[in-house]
Structures are given as structure tokens and as C-alpha cells.
Design a protein around this ligand. Structure first.
Ligand code: PAF
Length: 283
């Protein structure tokens, strides 16, 4: 399997693919790969001739230096996991200066309000950092398609917006959330949960499923109060936010409109581990 640390060498390797008109798929990751990432890679392999997986822990999207430091890194294990899927995958794992140049800073984007709600409200500058690194990765790889998980649904919508405002000719493919048997959404952070926390964290998805049922007959205010009450009575998790939002604009639901799609979003802490999840409320 080919592993590149330098943009120029990656570009040279991809140039024959491009000349032959092959479809190039990019799966951007920060490593610590789990089943959720591998699912994205397998989806990419189904519809692309050449798949590039980037592994880069992006400093500009962390608002807390301790989080950046603690972020799990195990390149060798990640490469082995990818190798087990296909030897043909290309891994791109640059260092920060190689990707950013001398100045490792975020560009500021106008995401039309998508970035100021939910995750954006609780993680200052996070989405400018994500937008910056994804734009740099798109410039390095020039993929035809890029694959992102719906677990980070807000990120997915922001990346769609990024390609629109920056005129980047890439198809963004959103892939469904992969769950553990208990229903807990798969995430690199789950590895940090102890057995009890992992078991109890399934409550997040249980609550989301219940909000889907309530959504048929109850108002957003009623459901908000109900969710907050559920978490108050549940000692294992601390709710950071619950929101029902328009699936496209991510604006908080005030009044249901015929023909619009809505999603419920939760962020909650198990100890110091922050977990997020979301669910479509109407299809
Ligand atoms: O979802 C992630 O892992 C990251 O936010 C991404 C898209 C790889 C950018 O660093």
C-alpha cells in the first residue's frame, strides 16, 4: 500500500489515474480508525477507481489544546486496518507544515449560519478549522467524490456549503451512522469510555428514537422539555444540548412545515467524554 507524506508525491502518483479519467474518492479522517471510518472507505471503494484516505489530526479545529494532545494516534494500526480492506488504497498523512505551509491558522468562511448553532456554539472556531483543512485536502487530492459520516451531520452540511461557496467541483457523499449493538453511534471517543459508561451511553440513541415517535404528535417545545427531563433523571450522562432543526439549514425548529425534513441532535458528556448523535425525524 502506498503511504505519502508529501503533497507533490501524492499528486504524481494520482496523475496517471486522472489522465485515465478514473474516479478518485477521498475519505478524510483524523486517524484512530474504527468501523465507522472503514464503512466510509468501503463505500468509497464501491464507486471510485482510486481511493485516498487522509490521516491528519488537524490542530486548527481543536478549541482546547488538551483535547488535541489527548487525541488518539496510531498510524501503524490504522494502516493495517486499511491494508486488510485493500492494498490499492492510498494513504495521505502529511505533517501540519506540509499541508498548511508555514502558518498553521484557519481561514474564515461564511457558512450562512450553519456554523453558529449546536457544535459551533460550543466549540469556538471549530468549523473554520474543519473548512480550512478540508479545503487544503481537496486541493492536494482533487477528488471527484469525498465521503463523510452523518454522525457529524452539521460538519457534513458545512462541507456541502464549503464546496458551494468555494466552487470546488467535488461530489459530497453522506454515509449513514454506524452503531454499536447497543445503538451507541460509533466514534473514536468510545474507546475512552469504561464498560459502564459505554453501556449507559446507549441512552442517547434510545432518547433520540423516542423523540422520533413523539415528533408525530407533539410540539418541539414539548419534546425539548421531555428530553431535558429524561437526562435530569439519568445520572450517567450530562446533556449539553438537544435540538430539533431543519435538516438543511440547521435552523432550530419553531413551527413544523409541510414537506420539510427535520433532525434531532444531542450532545452529552459521559464523565469528561463528549458524545454526539442525531436522527432523522421524518423521511
Ligand atoms: O470528521 C473528522 O474526522 C474531521 O473533522 C475531518 C473531516 C477529517 C477534518 O479534520
Amino acid at each position: 500500500m502506498q503511504v505519502f507524506k508529501e503533497k507533490e508525491l501524492l499528486k504524481q502518483s494520482l496523475s496517471n489515474n486522472k489522465l485515465a479519467g478514473n474516479t478518485i474518492g477521498l475519505v478524510p479522517t483524523m486517524g484512530a480508525l474504527h468501523e465507522g471510518h472503514l464503512y466510509l472507505v468501503k463505500e468509497a471503494l464501491k464507486s471510485c477507481d482510486q481511493v485516498v484516505v487522509s490521516i491528519f489530526v488537524n490542530p486548527t479545529q481543536f478549541d482546547n489544546p488538551e483535547d488535541l494532545e489527548k487525541y488518539p494516534r496510531n498510524l501503524e494500526k490504522d494502516i493495517n486496518l486499511l491494508q486488510n480492506i485493500s492494498e490499492e488504497i492510498i494513504v495521505f498523512t502529511p505533517n501540519a507544515n506540509e499541508l498548511y505551509g508555514d502558518l498553521i491558522i484557519s481561514e474564515h468562511f461564511d457558512f450562512d449560519g450553519l456554523d453558529i448553532v449546536m457544535e459551533g456554539k460550543h466549540r469556538t472556531g471549530h468549523f473554520d478549522g474543519v473548512g480550512t483543512v478540508v479545503k487544503l485536502l481537496f486541493e492536494a487530492v482533487e477528488p471527484n467524490k469525498a465521503f463523510f459520516g452523518e454522525k457529524d451531520y452539521q460538519q457534513l452540511q458545512i462541507i456541502r456549503k464549503l464546496t458551494e461557496i468555494e466552487n470546488i467541483p467535488v461530489e459530497i457523499v453522506g454515509c449513514p451512522i454506524l452503531r454499536e449493538e447497543s445503538g451507541l453511534a460509533r466514534s473514536s471517543r468510545n474507546e475512552r469510555l469504561n464498560d459502564l459508561q459505554r453501556e449507559k451511553a446507549a441512552f442517547i440513541f434510545e432518547t433520540l428514537k423516542e423523540t422520533k415517535t413523539l415528533f408525530g404528535t407533539k410540539s418541539a417545545n414539548y419534546i425539548n422539555d421531555w428530553v431535558e427531563q429524561q437526562f435530569r433523571n439519568y445520572p450517567f450522562l450530562e446533556l449539553e444540548y438537544f435540538e430539533i432543526s431543519d435538516a438543511k439549514t440547521l435552523k432550530k425548529l419553531t413551527e413544523k412545515r409541510e414537506g420539510e425534513h427535520y433532525r434531532a441532535f444531542i450532545a452529552a458528556y459521559a464523565g469528561d467524554i463528549r458524545l454526539i448523535d442525531n436522527l432523522a425525524l421524518n423521511n
